[in-house]
Ligand binder design. Structure first.
Ligand SMILES: Cc1ncc(COP(=O)(O)O)c(C=O)c1O
Length: 481
């Protein structure tokens, strides 16, 4: 009997269909990967996937350091860090390591609307979150900015804060000014930790938002795989000179496998060499593709591409112009509907969709040909899909909920599942997040509100993919009993 391997078959089917991947990873199925790494992969294939106890150099692999020292030091140099760690469990591991090292089981100030990996880091590190209210935006999108005045107030009014954390930029590429945030954190002698999963390319162009390290951040995790050219799951964690003493390596070891993939590590090394050689050129290519595309589609009826006007209206000082955020509401299509059409009719897979918009992610592996293909698909859609229907307003994001206990306490508390509709007033014991973008609607420890329940129901009705431990669309929710 031939055993079915549905996962492998699905990946192969994806490759066969000739889909245009306007999503991560940034190397785009190998097109943008560093030449040396690509040559080695083509020549040696699976033989490269080794994990010997002793390397030909004689180095023990138990603590894989010496051979990577040069590349990690080169990365630190390139990104303006005192020290850089290569990660094989993604930025998720970097975030866990920073909470462990800087949070030290204490209080960390952060915005509520952060990626699910941050909530996992709170659970693992046993840190207590002090959530700062968002500054308020007219967008229906989660806002991970810290308001400087609120931050100063919280730092002055709360004892024992160990660190300040924020995410920048957002998944869509909207960027805050981190300089005042870093300055305030430093006034109170605490480090600024930044989830820069979506900004590893910022250091390589003056036309992109300022990179967190340059703005004064101290611990910064970046998904090299998402927007540069290393393999999926490979990220970097950078440390500033001022916080080198945190001895982050100890915490990195806690969250990494003892069998790190050689391929992932080699791909990070290759990405660093590539960036040192042609980093600016590489990012410039992506920016010019995006600029040319913006110019070509700016007059398309019914489809708008988010630019200066919208981003400034939402109060963001800057944004990542390589991210193509396409709003289809002028055609009467939701983002989810538009993304499905792009995929089914035009074999174009985008990164993410919401009530109004579709996010196409460009990376060093993208080409002029791909951009033209997207433009042609949009032209056909504009002609074919004009619905003349006005979309209802997107559901309002639920307001701030209170924490009855820490995420860790709630995660380990005795719990039971209840129907979602009956969960209001109870304390959540699990994370419920639409994915992507993976910003939880509910986190462990929060007193569940009617607004949160209604929002989840609305997301489900729209067809969002909602990740929760109790299954796809959370009809039931795990609560503390
Ligand atoms: C904002 C944000 N932070 C962190 C992560 C985790 O990154 P990684 O996939 O590299 O673990 C993601 C992943 O999508 C993300 O969107």
């Amino acid at each position: 009997m031939v055993l079915k391997q549905p996962f492998l078959e699905a990946i192969i089917a994806y490759c066969r269909q000739g889909i245009l991947p306007l999503h991560t990873p940034g190397h785009k199925q190998g097109a943008g990967i560093a030449a040396g790494f690509k040559d080695a992969f083509e020549r040696w294939g699976l033989q490269l996937d080794i994990d010997p106890p002793v390397l030909p150099s004689g180095e023990s692999w138990v603590a894989p350091t010496a051979l990577l020292t040069a590349a990690q030091a080169m990365a630190a140099d390139l990104f303006g860090a005192a020290e850089t760690f290569f990660l094989t469990n993604g930025t998720s591991a970097g975030i866990q390591a920073m909470f462990l090292a800087a949070g030290k089981q204490g209080k960390v100030v952060l915005p509520r609307q952060v990626h699910t990996s941050v909530i996992s880091a709170l659970i693992i590190s046993d840190c207590t979150p002090i959530f700062v209210k968002p500054r308020g935006t007219s967008s229906d999108l989660p806002d991970s900015r810290l308001d400087p005045d609120e931050l100063r107030f919280v730092l002055s009014a709360t004892d024992g804060i160990r660190a300040v954390f924020t995410q920048n930029p957002s998944y869509y590429g909207f960027a805050a000014d981190l300089r005042p945030i870093a300055q305030i954190a430093h006034e109170y002698q605490v480090p600024l930790l930044v989830d820069e999963a979506h900004g590893p390319h910022f250091s390589f162009s003056a036309d992109l938002p300022q990179a967190a390290l340059q703005a004064g951040a101290d611990l910064v995790a970046q998904s090299t795989h998402k927007l540069l050219t290393s393999l999926t799951g490979s990220s970097m964690l950078h440390v500033s000179r001022a916080y080198r003493h945190l001895d982050l390596g100890r915490c990195v070891d806690l969250v990494q496998s003892t069998s790190p993939s050689f391929l992932l590590l080699a791909s990070l090394e290759a990405a660093v060499f590539q960036l040192a050689e042609v980093g600016e050129q590489l990012v410039e290519q992506v920016l010019s593709l995006a600029t040319a595309f913006r110019e070509r589609v700016k007059d398309l009826p019914g489809i708008t591409i988010l630019g200066d006007e919208e981003i400034q209206a939402w109060g963001y000082p800057d944004y990542d112009r390589t991210k193509l955020v396409l709003d289809f509401s002028g055609l009467g299509l939701t983002g989810l509907e538009a993304a499905a059409i792009l995929r089914q009719e035009y074999q174009i897979q985008t990164e993410m969709a919401d009530f109004r918009r579709v996010l196409a992610v460009l990376g060093p592996g993208d080409t002029e040909e791909g951009i033209i293909r997207l433009e042609q698909a949009l032209r056909l859609m504009a002609a074919k899909y004009y619905q003349g229907r006005k979309l209802p307003d997107p559901p309002a994001l639920p307001g701030f909920s209170e924490l009855a206990m820490t995420p860790r306490e709630a995660f380990f508390a005795a719990a039971a599942e209840v129907p979602l509709a009956q969960a209001a007033g109870m304390v959540a014991a699990e994370i419920i997040a639409p994915y992507p973008p993976g910003i939880p609607v509910v986190i462990p420890g929060e007193i569940i509100t009617r607004e949160q329940i209604q929002y989840l129901e609305e997301l489900a009705a729209y067809g969002f993919n909602i990740a929760g431990t109790t299954g796809g669309v959370p009809r039931r929710l795990r609560v503390v009993i």
